[in-house]
Write a protein that binds this ligand. Structure first.
Ligand code: AP5
Length: 216
């Protein structure tokens, strides 16, 4: 399975990816996680990306595209992959298509998780993660258990101000990627409100329908 998870900030891409990669036995490639690791490790890439991320802006296409193409060339991606947070612009989508074409490969599905803007800020500002396991929590919807609650951390870009900037970027730069994949018959739209398990069931049901449709 070669698939993409797309959606506004806080839509639940990371939450859903966690379960989906186990189910489909594919690597989870989150460009946000890759940049956060690079920032933490103090690499040149991290240094270049940090200011953009903090402001809620997108990291320039050339940096993201080179990083992803290099990652997709690694052996664990031979049997498929899940891209989370990439592509986020038309040039990124076109570069991915070119790289897959060159390798004689194609995508199986693009899952768009839809959540209304009004719900996003609460999801973003309430998010916390466990630095030891990477598990994502929410102070209201999925609170960290005792023993974990005192070590959870908040992302630097999970402020109200950066959230507004990220949403604007999503509508201006990422939304145009949706018709690109819709036109290729790869897009499935998923209602992202409800419990994470309900959203997961919607995704797996839609993927099964897409697979049986393309097999027939
Ligand atoms: P990235 O890390 O990709 O951030 P994002 O797309 O803004 O997405 P988030 O990680 O904020 O949200 P999510 O959809 O994964 O939601 P989650 O599951 O955590 O990117 C960060 C930055 O890196 C970018 O702003 C940019 O600067 C840079 N970058 C990355 N990729 C790039 C690219 N391709 N090009 C250029 N720049 C790039 O859930 C959010 C919260 O909601 C959690 O607390 C969770 O517990 C809760 N939640 C989840 N599901 C539900 C539910 N069903 N009901 C209630 N609460 C829920």
């Amino acid at each position: 399975m070669r698939m993409i998870l797309i959606g506004p900030p806080g839509a639940g891409k990371g939450t859903q990816a966690h379960n989906l990669v186990k189910r489909y036995q594919i690597p989870h490639i989150s460009t946000g996680d890759m940049f956060r690791s690079a920032v933490k490790a103090g690499t040149e890439l991290g240094r270049q990306a940090e200011a953009y991320m903090k402001a809620g802006d997108l990291v320039p296409d050339e940096l993201v595209i080179a990083m992803v193409i290099e990652r997709l060339g690694q052996p664990d991606c031979e049997g498929g992959f899940m891209l989370d947070g990439f592509p986020r612009t038309r040039p990124q989508a076109e570069a991915l298509e070119g790289a897959l074409d060159n390798a004689g490969l194609s995508l199986d599905a693009v899952v768009l998780i839809e959540v209304a803007d009004q719900l996003i800020e609460e999801r973003i500002t309430g998010r916390r993660s466990d630095p030891e396991t990477g598990t994502i929590y929410h102070l209201k919807y999925n609170p960290p258990p005792a023993g974990v609650a005192d070590r959870v951390v908040q992302r630097g870009d999970d402020t109200s101000e950066a959230c507004k900037a990220r949403l604007t970027k999503y509508h201006d730069d990422t939304a145009p990627v949706i018709p690109f994949y819709e036109g290729k018959g790869l897009l499935v739209r998923i209602h992202g409100v409800g419990s994470p398990d309900e959203v997961l069931l919607r995704i797996t049901t839609a993927l099964k329908a897409l697979q049986s449709h393309s097999a027939s």
